[in-house]
Ligand binder design. Sequence first.
Ligand code: FE2
Length: 732
Amino acid sequence: MKQTLFALSLCFAVWSPLRSADLSSFVILTWQGDTSTTITVNYHTVGSADQSRVYYDTESRDGTPGAYRFQTEGSSHQITGLDDRYIHVVELTKLVPGQTYYFITGDRENGFSEERKFRTLPRDGSPIRFVTGGDMGIGDLPNRLLRQAAAQEPNFAMIGGDIAYANGQLSNIGIWDTWLKAWSEYMVTPDGFTIPLALAIGNHEVRGKYDRTYREAPFYFGYFAQNGTGSFFRRQFGSDMVVYFLDSGHVTTHEDQVPWLDRNLRLDQEIPLRFAIYHVPLYPSHRDYTLRGAEAGRKHWGPLFDRYILAVAFENHDHTFKVTHPLFDNQIADSGTLYLGDGCWGRGPRSFNVEPRWYLKDYASVAHFWAVDVADGSARYRAIDDIGQTFYVLPEDSDGAVEAAEVFQTIPVNYAIDPRTVRVEPLLRDGEFLDRESIEVTVHNRAAVAADAVFRLEVQSPLTAEPDEHRFRLRPQEEKAITFELDTIEPITLAERPSGQVRYTIDYDLTDDRVRFEGQQPVVVESAQPVPIRSLPPVIDGNLDEWSDLPVVFEKPDQVTSTVKADPLAGTGDLSLKFGIERNEEFVFIAVRVKDDTLSLIDAPIAWNQDGVHIWINTYPRGDFDDDPLFALIPGATLKDGYFVRVETPPADLQSACLITDSGYDCEIAVPIAYLENEWRKAGGQGKPEHLRFNIAVNDKDGTDGPTVRLFWRPRWDEPGDYTWSGVFKLN
Ligand SMILES: [Fe+2]
């Protein structure tokens, strides 16, 4: 069965969404070597071309191929799995530094591009300007920022990873096409110069994000000729600056770049300005300081940055604006490396912890890029937003810094509190009616500053709540439990899903400000459904004949998510799912029947991007909570061939099978109770767990190029420990 399935799936070709006429506008300039005497032209055709050629001259020839004095032949290649797309790479060499060149690409069969021009970098010490940022994506905001960046008339641009947000998936070729079109169109200066680009790799270039190989970043390596399949490299720009493009653990580890980086930094000591650019920050502004990639960067690269004194490390990934103090030896110092970031060149800005971080000098929630002027061996840095406002200038005594500081006062800082701050205990009840109940709320101030809190429980008649509100002050790190009494003036059944809202405000005392958070969390009373005990275990083969009943049916899911925003249910009308959960002494058995008339399967299973069932299961109220599912069941595969999402070494006796049927597919899985109990104990649970928390989603993708729609039985689990997002079964 499996062989047939995979053979069939190989027949799907990945589609090319744009016609060749559209592709001729994609012209990306990169460098594979010297930035003053070479340029590499990257362009695309649909279908092969008998040549990969650039015609060029130091004067405009209006696009007439025969009129250009020079031409260079390059080569073309394909990305494995993309049938139609040919990428042409032509490197022009022996160019004159600081010179303007006019060029066209193409051939008679596919047509020629419009004439463009570029200029090589000067190398005589004349000023250089570049723009940089990361985390771009596609859409209106990146487009506005690109236009503002081009308006700065930079000599070149650098992106610090997370470029198109295609995740290395071939089916996301359309995202790249949109990105390439926008870049080709907007990154042209007012004087008409196409702006060359140098790029570092980010997690969204790579299938699997971290610790992968170059093969899992097909677009990054296939579309931008820079350094072959090497993910880190050095480029010099003019006489005064050099940049190290580093890989923050995506296809090369931090550690593996150390000898190379050490050697080059040593050789480059005479160059006045040494910069690094990479994706994951050493000093994150939004994510945790203990983020794995941040720790690896501080451990392996930090000492080198200190020893050879970088001017600036351009950091990304966190989608904020940040400026650190000068840092040396992981401390604030009079002179040290400045870390500028944090990758917000198109993605929406993120929030900050209420508690300030010791290394951050300034920060804000604003989409932006940096424009950097290098002259006479020093640099001036300007942060610019999507309407072209310069809101931050370094050094503080340089031109425009005072005016920018005034603008900076108007730029918002969005704060967020730790999502674990407020916890409303769930009410799992076995009876039919709601009794008088105590609602317990735990408030844990996880910041290093004090806070004032006001909590209320709001309910609808016939429910009542007492007291009206709790007001209290929390010291730093203090945890406090409060209780509301929920009652009813007339009987209400659990089947009516009685509910209320805990609403709160928490005011944190910051040194120069008070920050208020308003929030709410639902109180849901739910009956925990029993897990029937079976005397005979089912054979885990995907045949569901041994199951008398699959009692939970969801034709109307609680939540639908889709890779396309519009009309998420399009194409899923054929889909329904039912499941059952039973147990014996050793296992929890789950059976799932999916009706789906068009199966979309791929030969190398990628759980997120094909048909299949995703299962979340853990013990409650403690357990291994994560917003990623524990397993993905792939039609036609056993668990070994399938996809165990989060567990590196699955328990040996865990079994699953998924059979393709006439109407869809049937899955069975046996989860060892010992495994669940172990997770329960690891999370601090005492004795035996009484409840299972469970969720299931089904992916429906019609055709390999269609969007993946995920239908969730209960809404996806975004908040660890949040009961209201769950389904609960009673184990004992
Ligand atoms: Fe990222």
